[in-house]
Design a protein around this ligand. Structure first.
Ligand code: GLN
Length: 309
């Protein structure tokens, strides 16, 4: 690139061609895919239209909006927050700064949860710390007969999850709507409810972990990322409370950090879970751990009264 000099007029004003998609993308400092996501968002176009309409002159308001988003991305804001959405399990979730951005590795938790409830008709499912609602909505969408409860202690997150559930699920799905509630883990959950499956992607990053001040994590809610302790305190609470909430042979699956699998397996075994195992994500990292409740489960009503037909 030519060095910019103040007395070269070409460096002061952007060239006229900078107002076409091709020129904006060519001039962008962002990775090409990110630039394309931001530009299609601003224009309301499909990605293919960036090719078929690449030399079209764009109005200055669109160019301005794109350049503003590009600058915010250069300053570190996550793409998902800039466009207000992220795809997860084939569904388009609304994302705001109040929720964790759904991660591809969490699809492993959804896949494994689906397998765990494969042979159960009308399974009762609980998602703890639902955030966007990604896990709960993906499960509910794939299993229309499942009755799904999703809790979060953050009212702001629940508002996002409520909108995602309403937009992404059939209004008349056989399992009913996802029941969303404000609760710190099990604390405010109705005493009568119990489940065939409990899932969670809790905050599992230790308080001093340098990742918290890197990349997208700087812009995500801290309470969704870290327990402000050793990284295992949320998982301990979820495991400890699970037996009282699971039906006989009910399953619990939890996402965790790259180095926590062994500790989580030990917590589950100590709590009386059987068939305890971890699963690796696409990067080969043991990313989720789960098991089934062994021994005698407390009495668990077949269906909570208010959800029976
Ligand atoms: N997987 C996320 C990350 O490390 C953390 C998510 C979480 O704490 N549940 O970027």
């Amino acid at each position: 690139m030519m060095p910019a000099t103040p007395d070269n007029p070409a460096d002061r004003a952007p060239p006229a061609t900078a107002s076409t998609p091709a020129a904006l993308l060519r001039a962008s400092p962002l990775p090409p895919l990110e630039a394309r996501i931001l530009l299609t968002h601003v224009l309301g176009w499909r990605h293919t239209q960036l090719i078929t309409r690449s030399d079209e002159a764009l109005d200055s308001a669109s160019v301005e909006r794109y350049l503003t988003l590009q600058a915010r991305r250069v300053a570190g804001e996550p793409v998902a927050q800039l466009v207000g959405a992220r795809e997860f399990f084939g569904l388009d979730f609304e994302v705001t700064p109040d929720v964790l951005i759904p991660r591809p590795e969490t699809e492993l938790l959804v896949e494994t949860a689906l397998a765990a409830m494969e042979n159960i008709a009308r399974p009762r499912v609980l998602d703890l710390g639902t955030g966007t609602g990604a896990i709960a909505v993906a499960l509910a969408s794939t299993r229309p007969d499942a009755r799904v409860w999703a809790l979060d202690r953050s009212a702001e997150a629940l508002a996002v999850a409520t909108r995602n559930a309403a937009r992404l699920l059939e209004a008349k799905r056989p399992g009913g709507t996802v029941s969303l509630g404000q609760s710190d883990w099990y604390d405010s959950l109705e005493p009568a409810l119990c489940f065939d499956l409990i899932v969670s992607n809790p905050p599992y990053i230790a308080s001093g972990d340098p990742h918290l001040s890197e990349g997208d994590l700087r812009f995500e809610p801290r309470g969704a990322l870290t327990d402000e302790a050793d990284g295992l305190s949320a998982i301990r609470a979820i495991v400890a409370g699970a037996p009282a909430r699971l039906a006989a042979h009910g399953a619990l699956w939890i996402e965790h950090g790259y180095d926590q699998a062994q500790a989580v397996r030990a917590l589950l075994s100590a709590q009386g879970f059987t068939q305890v195992r971890s699963e690796r994500d696409l990067a080969g990292i043991e990313r989720i751990t789960g098991g089934r409740l062994g021994g005698e489960a407390p009495a668990c009503p077949e269906y909570p009264a208010e959800r029976s037909q």
